[in-house]
Design a binder for this molecule. Structure first.
Ligand SMILES: [Zn+2]
Length: 521
């Protein structure tokens, strides 16, 4: 007998509808065959299903020919979310459950050997891709599944799912959707002094320009970086939905697998004062011991997004940049450039969104003294340190500023800085100007578009030419300074004519990065 059930599989952060077909024949050589491009985790489901069915008090005869077909056959099926639909389809095909019980019901979930229905990553995109109006999901995923427009049925274990499908018992109530309210983040007004670094932060947010801060330990780099995300404009619906899908695919939206979603694994979903759901821009700060896979995404079985994707729509903060392994930083270059990352393994290749603002911080040298006079580092040690940050990576930072430790008396005397809200208004204005140029931030403008949208006064051109002649700027660097200058104009609400003073400020935000890094700047 043949049974067909709707389900889905995860491809990157997108769900793809899958039809699970199970055929059971009583005659022939007993076996359990699965076809339709299942991956390793998916193939192993045979053993989980057999144990789960038996432990649920149902029958799994070893003498049948069971054929499982996962359609469409050309689509690779990954992970364990197909366990539950395969098990239920088997029960229908083997005559233990009426076919009418599964009509217009989709199912998703991993099975434990004891029949428990376990949560899966990507529940929201999976539910949305399932071609059924009612979908049975694991209890762990029920909150997240309610963000879809489907009727959510909660499955806790196989035996209960089977009795509820047969109408012998009620489905458990789905849990209430509990989302923390939007909390005000740390405010820029708490940062005293640091005029240049504050400016750099504003330009970074306004133009999407990646920022590198150099300064000794305790100079306030982390404090500044943490305030960057509060300057970004609210996410629009499209970007917000992308952010939600990424966090769902990582299992971090409602804490599933929170242990492996990184130290800053807090979901981006919040509710506002009116109780409406809002998606906040994420701030991710992976430690320098993070693996390449956890930074850029991948994994041996089911591919999951990395930190650069979890920061999509928000900020990726890399503290102690020079301590990250060189190959990890190299792997970040392409996604930072393209706004997405393609992760390939022998059997498959998926793409994750990765449009984030990169803010990095590092000590100017290994001893962290900050100034050449106080530095105790040897010449070779400085050279080794400088080599950690490759030229091409350094090139991704349009903004490079030094953050000096402030004297205690300066901290006390300095007036409180401008609030995040005041700066965010200018940032929103600059982003609006960028949108009118057809990009979401000025950093994305090509050289030709920059030429189109900026006019240089003769004095401004002279400033650039002199920086070029003195070797301070490369040709590429010149274009980047121009983009930063345009952002400065946008933040001021001025037109795109770049004058000499603006150009000087832009150049000042691309400082030669001091003691050790001058050699590679
Ligand atoms: Zn030093």
């Amino acid at each position: 007998m043949l049974a067909t059930i709707a389900s889905a599989t995860l491809l990157g952060v997108e769900g793809r509808g899958v039809w699970v077909e199970v055929h059971v024949a009583k005659t022939g050589l007993p076996r359990f065959v699965m076809v339709g491009l299942p991956d390793a985790a998916c193939r192993e489901s045979r053993d989980r299903i057999r144990a789960a069915v038996i432990n649920a008090g149902l029958r799994f005869s070893g003498s049948e020919v069971v054929t499982v077909n996962l359609a469409p056959s050309g689509l690779r099926k990954s992970g364990s979310a197909l366990d539950l639909p395969i098990a239920v389809a088997y029960l229908v095909a083997s005559g233990q459950l009426k076919a009418s019980a599964v009509e217009s019901v989709g199912l998703l979930g991993e099975l434990g050997l004891d029949g428990t229905v376990r949560g899966v990553r990507g529940a929201l995109p999976l539910v949305e891709a399932t071609q059924a109006m009612r979908v049975v999901v694991p209890a762990e995923n029920a909150a997240e599944a309610q963000l879809s427009n489907r009727e959510v049925l909660v499955g806790t274990n196989l035996a209960d799912v089977v009795s509820a499908l047969s109408g012998d018992r009620f489905w458990p109530d789905p849990p209430d959707l509990v989302v923390s309210p939007v909390a005000p983040g740390p405010d820029l007004s708490e940062v005293r002094g640091h005029r240049l670094a504050r400016k750099a932060l504003e330009v970074a947010a306004g133009g999407g320009h990646h920022l590198l801060m150099l300064g000794p330990p305790g100079s306030g780099k982390t404090m500044l970086a943490q305030r960057s995300v509060g300057l970004l404009p609210p996410l629009d619906d499209v970007r917000g939905a992308e952010v939600i899908r990424v966090h769902s695919a990582a299992g971090s939206l409602f804490g599933l697998g929170a242990a492996d979603s990184g130290p800053a694994g807090v979901g981006p979903l919040r509710c506002d004062a009116a109780g409406e759901l809002v998606v906040t821009a994420p701030f991710r700060a992976p430690h320098h011991t993070a693996t390449v896979v956890s930074l850029v995404g991948g994994g041996s079985s089911q591919m999951r997004p990395g930190e650069v994707s979890l920061a999509h729509g928000g900020v990726l903060f890399l503290d102690e940049l020079a301590e990250f392994p060189a190959h990890a930083l190299d792997a970040l270059r392409q996604p930072l450039e393209d706004g997405s990352i393609r992760v390939s393994r022998a059997h498959a290749s998926v793409s994750f969104p990765a449009r984030c603002l990169l803010i990095a911080a590092m000590n100017p040298c290994p001893c962290g003294a900050g100034t050449p006079e106080r530095c105790r580092c040897s010449e070779p040690a400085l050279r080794r340190y400088a080599r950690r940050i490759s030229g091409p990576l350094l090139d991704r930072f349009d903004l490079r500023v030094r953050v000096e430790a402030m004297a205690p008396e300066d901290l006390v005397d300095a007036p409180p800085g401008e609030t995040s809200a005041a700066v965010a208004e200018r940032v929103a204005q600059a982003r609006g100007a960028a949108r009118r140029r057809g990009v979401s931030a000025n950093r994305e403008l090509s050289l030709a578009e920059l030429e189109d949208h900026t006019r240089l006064t003769p004095e401004a051109r002279a400033v650039l030419d002199s920086a070029l002649r003195s070797g301070r700027l490369s040709g590429r660097g010149m274009a980047r300074v121009r983009a930063v200058a345009l952002t400065l104009r946008d933040l001021d609400g001025a037109d795109g004519t770049l004058d000499a003073p603006t150009m000087q400020v832009a150049l000042g935000l691309r400082a030669e990065v001091g003691v050790a890094l001058a050699a590679v700047a």
